[in-house]
Write a protein that binds this ligand. Structure first.
Ligand SMILES: *[C@@H]1O[C@H](CO)[C@@H](O)[C@H](O)[C@H]1NC(C)=O
Ligand SMILES: *[C@@H]1O[C@H](CO)[C@@H](O)[C@H](O)[C@H]1NC(C)=O
Ligand SMILES: *[C@@H]1O[C@H](CO)[C@@H](O)[C@H](O)[C@H]1NC(C)=O
Length: 293
C-alpha cells in the first residue's frame, strides 16, 4: 500500500554550554573561520581588486638616423675615434673625428605598417696602427604606442662591448624592448619624453658625455633598451681595412602594463580566464534585456 505524508513540523534543538567550555571554543572558532578563510584565500590570490592589467602590442619604432659612437683603440697611444650625427659634437671632437660610411635599412616584414627590424652597418676608416678593443654606441629612435592611452617619445639603444684582442668587425644582434617602471596611462597622450635625448644645440662637451646621457635616461620611467644582445667580435683586421660595425635590432611585440583602476569598464574573468570586457553601455543593454524578461 502506498504511504503518504499526513503531517510535518520542523524541530528546533538547542545545545547549551558554559561560556568557558570546549564546545563554545569550537563554535567560536568555526564561526570565525567562516569569515576569515575567504579573506585569506583572497589575500593569497593577490586581492579581490586587480590593480593592473596587461596587453600585448607592437610599438611603432623608427630609427631617427641619429647615432653617436666611440671606438677605443690601442697602439702607439691609447686613444679613441668617434663620430656622431650631431654637428656640434663633431666640432668638439675634431681631433678624434673619423667619418664612417653608414648604411641603414628598416623592414616591415609582415606589412602591418610597423617596422620590424633595423639593419645598420658602419665602416669606420682606421690607420693600421689603430687597434680597436672596445666600442660604445648610442642609437636614437622615435617611439609611439597607441593602445588605450598613447605614448610618444624619443628612445635609445646603448651598445657597448670590449675585448682584449683587437677586432676587425663587431656584429650586434639585439631586441629593443620597452622598460616600464610604472604602469602606462590608460587615457591621454603622454608626450613628456618626446624631446631629444641629446641636446644637440649645446656646444658644451658635457651635453654629449655618455655618463650624463645615460644618467638622465635612466631616471625616466619609460625607456627602451637592448635586452641581452649577442656580440660577435671578429679579429684580424687586414691592412688599410676599415673597422665594421654591423647592428641588427628587432622591434618586437611585447607585453605592456597599465593600471586597472583607470579602466572605465567592468572586467569579468570568464571560465577560460580570458578577460572579457563590458563597457557601461554594454551593461545598460544587458540590464535592459534582463528587465524585459
Ligand atoms: C613629438 O616631437 C616631434 C619633434 O619635436 C614633433 O614633430 C611631434 O609632433 C611630437 N609629437 C607629439 C605627439 O607631440
Ligand atoms: C617616475 O614615476 C615616479 C612615480 O610615479 C614619479 O614620482 C617620477 O616623477 C617619475 N619620473 C619621471 C622622470 O617621470
Ligand atoms: C576592453 O574594451 C576596450 C574598448 O572596447 C578595448 O579597447 C580593450 O582592448 C578591451 N580590453 C581587453 C582586456 O579585452
Amino acid at each position: 500500500m502506498a504511504v503518504f505524508e499526513i503531517f510535518s513540523h520542523a524541530e528546533l534543538r538547542r545545545y547549551r554550554s558554559h561560556i568557558f567550555s570546549k564546545a563554545t571554543a569550537l563554535q567560536v572558532f568555526i564561526t570565525l573561520l567562516t569569515y576569515i578563510l575567504p579573506l585569506v584565500v583572497i589575500y593569497l590570490n593577490d586581492g579581490i581588486w586587480i590593480s593592473d592589467a596587461r596587453f600585448r602590442d607592437q610599438p611603432k619604432i623608427v630609427f631617427k638616423k641619429e647615432l653617436l659612437f666611440l671606438l677605443y683603440t690601442t697602439g702607439s697611444t691609447q686613444s679613441y675615434v668617434t663620430y656622431s650625427t650631431f654637428e656640434n659634437y663633431n666640432k668638439l671632437q675634431q681631433n678624434s673625428l673619423r667619418i664612417p660610411l653608414i648604411k641603414s635599412v628598416e623592414e616591415d616584414i609582415n606589412g602591418d605598417g610597423k617596422l620590424d627590424n633595423l639593419q645598420l652597418t658602419l665602416e669606420v676608416p682606421l690607420y693600421d696602427s689603430e687597434n680597436v678593443v672596445a666600442i660604445e654606441m648610442l642609437l636614437f629612435f622615435h617611439y609611439e604606442l597607441h593602445k588605450h592611452g598613447s605614448i610618444t617619445m624619443n628612445s635609445m639603444a646603448y651598445i657597448h662591448h670590449s675585448s682584449v684582442i683587437p677586432g676587425a668587425k663587431i656584429n650586434v644582434y639585439g631586441t629593443l624592448e620597452t622598460v616600464q617602471r610604472i604602469p602606462l596611462h590608460y587615457k591621454g597622450n603622454n608626450i613628456r619624453f618626446n624631446t631629444s635625448i641629446i641636446d644637440s644645440d649645446s656646444v658644451y662637451a658635457s651635453a654629449y658625455d655618455l655618463s650624463n646621457i645615460l644618467k638622465k635616461y635612466h631616471e625616466r620611467n619609460v625607456t627602451t633598451k637592448l635586452i641581452e644582445p649577442y656580440y660577435a667580435w671578429t679579429i684580424g683586421r687586414g691592412a688599410k681595412m676599415p673597422f665594421i660595425i654591423s647592428v641588427n635590432i628587432k622591434y618586437p611585440w611585447q607585453e605592456f602594463m597599465y593600471p586597472f583602476t583607470d579602466l572605465p569598464t567592468l572586467v569579468i574573468l570568464s571560465e577560460d580566464s580570458k578577460l572579457c570586457n563590458l563597457s557601461v553601455a554594454d551593461l545598460k543593454y544587458v540590464s535592459h534585456k534582463i528587465q524585459s524578461y
